[in-house]
Design a binder for this molecule. Structure first.
Ligand code: MGP
Ligand code: SAH
Length: 225
């Protein structure tokens, strides 16, 4: 008789029945997961997979990046590994604690200013070279919708969010659902006069489409650094 050991999440890993499937992909979310990465429920279904976060960072240049919805730090960590400085904002204090823990695992906590706050209230005081937007998409059920329209983004619709971001810089990166209405994403570039450059990228992990990234402004079509 042969015994097969099945690995399962432990009670301390922030897993619920809704998020168990993400645990099985934990190493694609954080390659250093076993070194002490910590998550909560929303973190599990929202964190940007590491390879995609690396790609976002390679496209951001070497200046200051503002990660306006930083969650458990999937993007902020990769920005910090390449960019001069990162400002990581989340409205949920627990997320900021988790992001700080996770940044320490990657040895980049000193390159990130962690802020607990509401991006929309902080925006008028923020300065940076690139603004990164990966807001809540309304939970994992986003994928059951045929076409995800920008008004479904939380806590404000994508148009308002983009306008607020544009007051900081026109170099904006948005990480969006794979079923997003691409006509609406193009519309965002026309909000500016003259219209902003726009590049849209499909983001895969292995052969699975996980999301879509829109690069606006000078960073569109720029080679990775
Ligand atoms: P998914 O569609 O929930 O997972 O999220 P998956 O494994 O593609 O599930 P499947 O069963 O449909 O195949 C895919 C990716 O989208 C996640 O890894 C996150 O990076 C991202 N993502 C998902 N949600 C619900 C959010 C969100 O609310 N906000 C942000 N910023 N990213 C999200
Ligand atoms: N890119 C992140 C995931 C972001 S999930 C990662 O890779 O880990 C979206 C986050 O937006 C959540 O953590 C949520 O707490 C945060 N959020 C929601 N409303 C916000 C607001 N008004 N200001 C700042 N953060 C907010």
């Amino acid at each position: 008789m042969s015994l097969v050991k099945v690995s399962r999440p432990s009670a301390s890993e922030g897993i619920s029945p809704r998020t168990a499937k993400y645990w099985y992909h934990r190493y694609s979310l954080f390659s250093r997961y076993d070194d002490g990465i910590k998550m909560d429920e929303e973190g599990w279904f929202s964190v940007t997979p590491e390879d995609i976060a690396v790609r976002h960072a390679e496209r951001s240049g070497t200046g200051t990046v503002i990660d306006c919805f930083s969650g458990v730090g999937g993007n902020a960590i990769q920005f910090a590994r390449r960019c001069y400085h990162v400002v990581a904002i989340d409205i949920d204090p627990q997320k900021v604690e988790l992001a700080f823990n996770n940044a320490k695992i990657y040895g980049v906590e000193d390159y990130i200013d962690f802020i607990v706050g509401d991006f929309f209230q902080l925006a008028p005081f923020l300065k940076g070279d690139v603004v990164f937007l990966s807001p809540p998409w309304g939970g994992p059920t986003y994928s059951t919708i045929d076409t995800f329209t920008l008004d479904l983004l939380k806590p404000k619709d994508g148009y308002s969010m983009f306008q607020v971001a544009q007051k900081i810089t026109h170099n904006i990166i948005m990480f969006l659902p794979r079923n997003v209405d691409l006509n609406q994403v193009e519309e965002l570039s026309w909000l500016s006069s003259p219209p902003l450059n726009l590049e849209i990228e499909d983001n895969y992990v292995e052969s699975y489409l996980k999301g879509i990234t829109a690069y606006f402004g000078d960073i569109a079509w720029r080679s990775p650094t």
